[in-house]
Design a protein around this ligand. Sequence first.
Ligand SMILES: Cc1cc2nc3c(=O)[nH]c(=O)nc-3n(C[C@H](O)[C@H](O)[C@H](O)COP(=O)(O)OP(=O)(O)OC[C@H]3O[C@@H](n4cnc5c(N)ncnc54)[C@H](O)[C@@H]3O)c2cc1C
Length: 333
Amino acid sequence: MTKKYDYIIIGQGITGSALAWKLYYSNKKFLILDSENKNTASKAALGIYNPITGRRKALTWNVNELFENLERFYLNIEKEIGVKILFKKNIYRPINNNKDFNDWNSRMSNIKFQSIIKEIDEKKVITKKSGYIDVKKYLTHTRKYFKKKERYHRYKLDDKDIIIENNEIRLKGFQAKHIVMCIGIDQKKINLFNKIDINEVSGNSILTELNYSIKNIINNKISIVNTSKNIFHIGSSYNNGSDNIGHSKILDDARKIIKKKLIFKKSFFGIRSSSKDRRPIVGKHFQLKNLYIINGLGSKGISQAPYCSDKLFNYIERNKQIDKEININRFKT
Ligand SMILES: Cc1cc2nc3c(=O)[nH]c(=O)nc-3n(C[C@H](O)[C@H](O)[C@H](O)COP(=O)(O)OP(=O)(O)OC[C@H]3O[C@@H](n4cnc5c(N)ncnc54)[C@H](O)[C@@H]3O)c2cc1C
């Protein structure tokens, strides 16, 4: 007889993993299905969370809500899996010219920036409330943990496994009250949520070796993270579309910043999924009453996935409205 679950999560990247932990702590019966794709956005990610974002050095969208419980979320998982995944690190940005220095100084008059900027002088600015998640360990140990509890199954969802009856979706061989799609850019390959425009933003990151150690995360267009003895994870590139443009520019840029002998070890490639307004896409399918989605996390999966999982859960279980900015309903025509 097939087991009946409260939830089936399709996809165990950064998004599906966050939802799985939310359901686990809420005592829900769930099953994760993942096709174990080799090149995913999550597998290429540096795992950085940072309240200051992008080249404009603006505060990240919804910074207070997003960051309030962020570290606690990953620390709780650390305890559960018994493996360290969260590394709190400040971000070091070199100041390149006078304009840069003046821009940073003017931010000091904003109270929100005051709590983030730790140190500033003509040469550098150091910001806090940031760090990185070791995504590889996070995903591997989450999978192992739930596999042991028979809550994980390797499975590739295909259109032919989808049965639609009475405005409800069913997957051949599985029974669940709710099905949540967390498959990132591969949502484009499945014949569901076709009305939602998901854009591809491809990117690379690299692992390198360097006989040196760096305490902070360096950010100077690219980010450089010293993840273990002599090992550095460096990225990322952004390219609209799905092409793999390779890692050579990242390596050249890193060599210019570090000015030391960097040895290339490995390259990663993934495609981020992004919405037109660059906000996550969270909510229920327009016709099917038991089908949901969390997608479009762009370049901020680590900070946005726990928040979006929370919002979707409260919507399904407690009938709480999802904020307009991330609600799938903004795509209704
Ligand atoms: C180079 C690079 C660097 C980045 N660095 C950072 C960073 O430092 N910090 C940060 O916050 N974000 C970063 N990101 C963004 C981050 O990776 C994404 O926001 C996040 O990974 C999205 O996760 P996801 O789970 O939604 O999608 P994905 O990572 O694409 O995961 C989808 C999962 O679904 C599975 N799947 C796909 N199709 C099917 C199917 N048909 N059936 C079953 N399972 C399926 C896949 O196997 C995969 O496990 C980076 C991205 C890139 C490309």
